[in-house]
Design a protein around this ligand. Structure first.
Ligand code: PMV
Length: 321
């Protein structure tokens, strides 16, 4: 008799770092929100034949291979092995794991953590094991650390909890509630940025001149602290000025690009309250803080300035898991 295949699915949102990227690696606080309009999904279909192997099918990144054919450090392989380790699963199950993601890769929107957590959720569902947000974040942090040794853990944490957070490395996240009248335009510069290379470049700067760069990280940390009240009260102008100041400090640590700067300037000219790069930088996305009346203008201005895409999204998370 042919065993009936059955599907187990998992999904996870992307994320936007509102303030504090890079400095968060050095122990400063940062604020991040989930991005539910762009998600990663994983679907595991069991074959029922235990002698068969796990096949990973991720057409978006041109992967179709047996798990044992992928390098151990391949992000998809690492996501599966780390999940089986954390959940005490003896061996990867036989079947096909299909992975898809609407998140652009290496663009600062948390695609790798979202994919890892979607995979962990699909496998946990298959084995009917409860996967807590803390365990999901732990799995994604381990995979991230394989690729850039000093990850802060902010992406795994905000994505696993699917809630807006103020995050400090090695501490439990503080949940925050952005005001409903705050919106973002998220624009993709169209070039990718390697988180690993950006984090390593900043580490080199810091090790060559610790006093100067620790000072900049502390300034970024102070901006994050100052943003909490206007973020929760919906004070666009105050919060926008904090975003602009954070972008200047990101320029000072060398992670912006001429084009990201051009996009930020275009957003401000079109009426945005503030604008900055988001995530590791050196490419990837920028964000502009807007309200409903100016959102479309800013979106159009970003597209006219050459952004690959520009989407409007509320800052307040729309869905909880
Ligand atoms: O995942 P990305 O590329 O958005 O960058 C994460 C933010 C960093 O602060 C640059 C790195 C980290 O681990 O916090």
């Amino acid at each position: 008799m042919t065993p009936q295949p059955h599907n187990s699915t998992g999904s996870a949102p992307g994320k936007v770092i509102l303030l504090g990227e890079h400095a968060v690696v050095y122990g400063e606080p940062a604020i991040a929100v989930p991005l539910n309009s762009l998600r990663a999904t994983a679907t595991f279909t069991a074959t029922g034949h235990t002698s068969e192997k796990l096949v990973v099918d991720a057409p978006g990144i041109a992967v179709h291979a047996r798990l044992d054919e992928l390098a151990k450090v391949h992000p998809l392989a690492a996501a599966i092995t780390e999940t089986t380790r954390v959940l005490n699963i003896a061996a990867p199950p036989a079947g096909t794991l299909r992975v898809a993601s609407a998140l652009p890769l290496a663009a600062g929107l948390g695609s790798s953590a979202a994919i890892t957590i979607a995979i962990a959720r699909a496998l946990a569902a298959h084995f009917a094991i409860e996967l807590t947000a803390a365990s999901a974040a732990q799995i994604a942090a381990a995979v991230e650390n394989l690729h850039h040794g000093s990850s802060s853990g902010i992406d795994p944490t905000v994505i696993a909890h699917n809630a807006a957070i103020c995050y400090t490395k090695h501490k439990d996240p503080e949940f925050i509630c952005p005001h409903a009248n705050l919106e973002l335009v998220i624009a993709d510069s169209g070039t990718t940025g390697s988180t690993r290379e950006a984090v390593n470049a900043v580490r080199l700067l810091h090790s060559n001149d610790p006093a100067r760069y620790s000072g900049i990280f502390a300034e970024i940390g102070a901006l994050v602290v100052s943003a909490r009240a206007p973020l929760e009260a919906g004070k666009h102008a105050v919060l926008g000025a904090v975003l602009n100041a954070n972008h200047k400090l990101l320029q000072a640590i060398g992670v912006s690009t001429t084009f990201l700067d051009t996009l930020c300037a275009a957003a401000l000219r079109a009426g945005a309250y503030g604008a900055k790069l988001t995530g590791a930088g050196t490419g990837g996305c920028m964000i502009a803080l807007v309200d409903a009346p100016c959102a479309r203008n800013v979106q159009q201005a970003l597209l006219a300035a050459g952004a690959k895409s520009a989407s409007i999204t509320p800052l307040m998370p729309t869905q909880n898991e």
